[in-house]
Design a protein around this ligand. Structure first.
Ligand code: TMP
Ligand code: ASP
Length: 248
């Protein structure tokens, strides 16, 4: 491969060019941020762990017919991905009340929602990633009405697949954030990553509200044992992906 150029450095990943203009290299960093980068730190080994988890989950979703940007994992903390134009919005799916939903509505943490909730946030740290209404999203031309329907549909389908998979890992998928992009052929596909950085994951074998947390809330809230929790998620994901491969 000829000299790769750094195209973009985000909070958790760096994107490099490759020989093929349609393919980028995504490098996962150990850097961790929270509260729109007001809190910064490092989670040792996170780049490799998140790259491994995201690779497994993208493969699982692809096998279920969800188009993603994932091509292949080429190093412990690197994957090749399709080049897309990322939509400037974050799609959040919630199964159980936590985080900003509780802060903004007063719902108690842990309340099981009657139906999964799909929300759209503006991807803009300076503005604090505000929650968008459908009309504001269309006003800002962040997506077309057709893309918005597709996003909603894909997000709910991804939620079904991931909830069932994490359930087999003895993990409750509380909520998660997705990002989507448009390919050069105008296809809307899942991009970015799915990992303990972007999901709330609760250990079903633990009832203690702090001890059960296996995701970035351990870092956000200084709960300790962040690396152990991420590693535990990886081990369970690996164990259950291998068993589903053997069974297929
Ligand atoms: P929230 O409760 O803070 O709105 O977060 C909802 C979910 O989205 C949670 O799983 C964490 C994830 N998330 C991100 O991945 N990136 C973000 O910038 C934010 C705010 C949330
Ligand atoms: N990812 C966001 C940040 O870096 C927020 C978060 O995950 O809490 O600030």
């Amino acid at each position: 491969m000829s000299q790769a150029h750094k195209l973009y450095e985000g909070k958790a990943k760096i994107l490099y060019s490759t020989d093929n203009p349609e393919i980028l290299l995504s490098h996962f960093k150990d850097d961790a941020t929270a509260f729109n980068a007001q809190k910064r730190g490092q989670i040792s080994g996170k780049g490799e762990i998140n790259c491994a988890i995201a690779s497994r989950l993208f493969q699982l979703l692809e096998a279920e017919g969800i188009p993603t940007h994932f091509i292949e994992r080429t190093a412990p903390n690197q994957m090749l991905v399709k080049r897309v134009k990322i939509l400037a919005l974050e799609v959040v799916v919630r199964n159980i009340a936590a985080g900003s939903l509780c802060q903004q509505t007063g719902l108690p943490v842990g309340k099981v929602l009657p139906n999964p909730l799909v929300e759209f946030y503006l991807k803009n740290d300076e503005l604090g990633d505000p929650l968008l209404t459908r009309d504001r999203l269309l006003l800002l031309e962040l997506a077309t009405p057709e893309q918005l329907n597709q996003l909603q549909e894909q997000a709910l389908r991804i939620n079904q697949i991931l909830t069932a998979f994490f359930g087999r890992c003895d993990i409750t998928l509380v909520d998660f954030k997705l990002e989507f992009g448009i390919t050069s052929t105008q296809e809307l596909i899942l991009a970015d990553e799915i990992s303990p950085d972007t999901c709330r994951l609760w250990n079903q074998s633990e009832t203690d509200p702090n001890r059960r947390i296996m995701d970035k809330d351990r870092f956000r809230r200084d709960l300790g044992n962040v690396e152990d929790a991420y590693q535990q998620v990886l081990e369970r994901v690996n164990a259950h992906c291998s068993s589903s491969e053997q069974n297929s």
